[in-house]
Design a protein around this ligand. Structure first.
Ligand SMILES: O=C(O)CCC(=O)C(=O)O
Ligand SMILES: [Fe+2]
Length: 278
């Protein structure tokens, strides 16, 4: 996986790497230690109990260990630091090229895997996440243009031992769900990094969290980005207060879909409503 800093993260080079190269890059230096510590503190607090829906549990569900993988959803509501994590200028510049200038956010959640916690099953991410039912998607759909970008902001050391996200380099070039014969575990690399690093990847690359065999937690903020016309996974505007929405920065308003507010009742629209919701 190629490594960049905010200064060296050239958008054209990274877009090419996501589409035609390995499908994932690492970018360091986008957040301060204080921001990372604050985000981690909030994630730990909200995940003290295991009660939230999570995905791609694989064998862990059968083994009854799903309580060792925990989610915290709707992070924008849980601390101002997450608004900053969603909109670093270097990421915004790359994603404007990758997903189109008016791209949106589909979800911002944390994934915490406790010591001895299980890995996930290899998968692809939203909106392709149920591509094992490929017939439920349009005929001929392929990964030549992206309908997804994933950011993981690492909150703990991501090492082999702690279960850093694994992915198969190049697998983003063919859109399909991974299967047994792909020998995922023989062909994968891991997204190794330090707290505060960002792993940016094209979520059609086959990937999964790996088991946490370290003696510490392994958490990350997972942000899903989409082109403006893909239906987001989390209904963030509905889950946030009017006060939050009114105070949101222009970048955040874009990510929340205010710049492209469809569907609308066009019978009642006063024409050209591209300025956001009331
Ligand atoms: O936490 C990780 O390492 C990856 C999580 C992931 O891929 C997902 O939940 O979709
Ligand atoms: Fe995923």
């Amino acid at each position: 996986m190629k490594r960049y800093t905010a200064k060296t993260a050239d958008p054209d080079e990274i877009v090419a790497e996501l589409l035609h190269g390995k499908g994932a890059v690492l970018i360091s230096g986008l957040f301060t230690d204080e921001q990372v510590a604050e985000a981690r503190r909030i994630v730990m607090e909200y995940s003290a109990e295991a009660d939230k829906v999570t995905h791609f549990q694989g064998k862990a569900a059968e083994e009854g260990r799903i309580n060792l993988q925990r989610r915290v959803w709707n992070l924008l509501d849980k601390g101002a630091v997450f608004s900053d994590m969603a909109t670093p200028p270097a990421i915004m510049a790359i994603l404007r090229k990758f997903l189109g200038t008016e791209f949106i956010m589909g979800s911002i959640a944390a994934n915490r895997i406790l010591p001895d916690g299980p890995g996930q099953e290899p998968h692809v991410d939203y909106p392709y996440w149920d591509f094992y039912k490929s017939e439920s998607h349009p005929v001929g759909l392929n990964s030549s243009f992206p309908m997804n970008a994933q950011v993981s902001v690492l909150l703990d050391p991501f090492t082999k031992e702690s279960g850093a996200t694994a992915y198969v380099p190049g697998s983003q070039k063919e859109l399909r769900y991974p299967k047994e014969s792909d020998n995922f575990y023989d062909n994968c690399e891991q997204m190794l990094g330090e707290p505060g690093d960002v792993a940016l990847f094209y979520g059609v690359a086959w990937h999964c969290a790996m088991p946490n065999n370290a003696d510490h937690d392994r958490s990350a903020v997972l942000i899903n980005y989409l082109p403006k016309w893909v239906k987001p996974l989390e209904d963030m505007p509905a889950a946030l207060s009017q006060e939050f929405l009114d105070a949101a920065s222009p970048d955040l308003k874009q990510l929340l879909g205010f710049n492209y507010p469809y569907p609308e009742i066009l019978d009642q629209a006063k024409g050209g409503n591209t300025e956001g919701r009331k």
